[in-house]
Write a protein that binds this ligand. Structure first.
Ligand code: PMP
Length: 281
């Protein structure tokens, strides 16, 4: 694979980052994952906007403009001949002698790589996911897409040990989100998902899916829901850039609805795939 590091396209074996990089020492960095379908970027503008917001919240600058960033994404997709998968982008505050205080004048580190993935033909989307619920032990600024992903990583391991696919996180009795996706339920035809705040990541797929749902005259409620309400729902599903819309059929061993992917989730997945391809570039 060819990867991009600080202005250079290099074979992955030759790409290096300093051991003093604050991304490595403090998780002092942000990231984005943009999906690629038919060699095209899906909703790059959405990801670029969220990236700028994440950087701003951490008082960090991007070393490249968002237009340059789009070109780097495209060039990397081209060089790796990527048809379907994702482009991972990470920007950290850069390398400096270890100190909690932000260094002055450090150059941000920027890294991009591609990952080939089968996104459209997903057996998981056909069957539906089994999830467990776990306490949300993350920090209080989940709206910033930082690289501190140990809590979600532990959550996914716990799910795996329980023979499940993923975990939904609970805070004060309410579902925040999935470990790497936004969480939804459907009750009486209404799509319910947590409202935007610092408690969750503002999913780019979430924004697109809710827009498409409203355009299709589906009812949407943005509010918190409990895990008990979820277990009692007609349907459940998740969204993220690389899973699009994926049904959830079991929570904590309890079947949701008929225990098979629901009609609303299946329809939203179809709509999302069709509409997002139109916005691809
Ligand atoms: N929530 C969390 C915690 C995530 O990590 C992600 C994926 N990065 C999402 C939601 C979904 O966001 P997006 O639709 O932008 O991929």
């Amino acid at each position: 694979r060819t990867v991009y590091v600080n202005g250079s396209y290099l074979p992955e074996e030759e790409a290096t980052v300093s051991v003093f990089d604050r991304g490595f020492l403090f998780a002092d960095g942000v990231y984005e994952v943009t999906s690629v379908l038919d060699g095209q970027l899906i909703d790059f503008d959405g990801h670029a906007k969220r990236l700028e917001r994440s950087l701003g919240e951490l008082d960090m600058d991007s070393p490249v403009s968002m237009d340059e960033l789009r070109d780097i994404h495209r060039e990397l997709v081209r060089r790796n001949d990527l048809r379907e998968g994702g482009v991972y982008l990470q920007i950290t505050r850069g390398a400096a002698d270890r100190d909690f205080l932000f260094p002055e004048g450090a150059e941000p580190t920027i890294v991009l790589f591609t990952q080939a993935m089968n996104l459209t033909n997903s057996p998981k989307a056909e069957k539906g996911l089994k999830v467990i619920s776990i306490p949300d032990i993350r920090w209080g600024r989940r709206d910033i897409k930082t690289v501190q992903l140990l809590a979600p990583s532990l959550g996914k391991m716990e799910a795996k040990k329980a023979g499940c696919d993923d975990a939904w996180m609970i805070e004060d009795g309410f579902v925040t989100e999935g470990t790497s996706n936004n969480a939804y339920i459907v009750k009486g035809g209404t799509i319910i998902t947590r409202d935007l705040s610092n408690a969750i990541l503002h999913g780019i797929t979430r924004a697109a899916v809710l827009r498409f749902a409203r355009e299709a005259q589906m009812k949407v409620e943005e509010r918190s829901f409990t895990i008990d309400e979820a277990k009692d729902a007609d349907e459940a599903f998740i969204t993220s850039a690389t899973t699009f819309v994926t049904p959830v059929v079991e929570i904590d061993g309890q079947q949701i609805g008929e225990g098979v992917p629901g009609t609303v989730a299946k329809r939203l997945r179809e709509i999302y795939l069709e509409e997002s391809r139109k916005l691809a570039d």
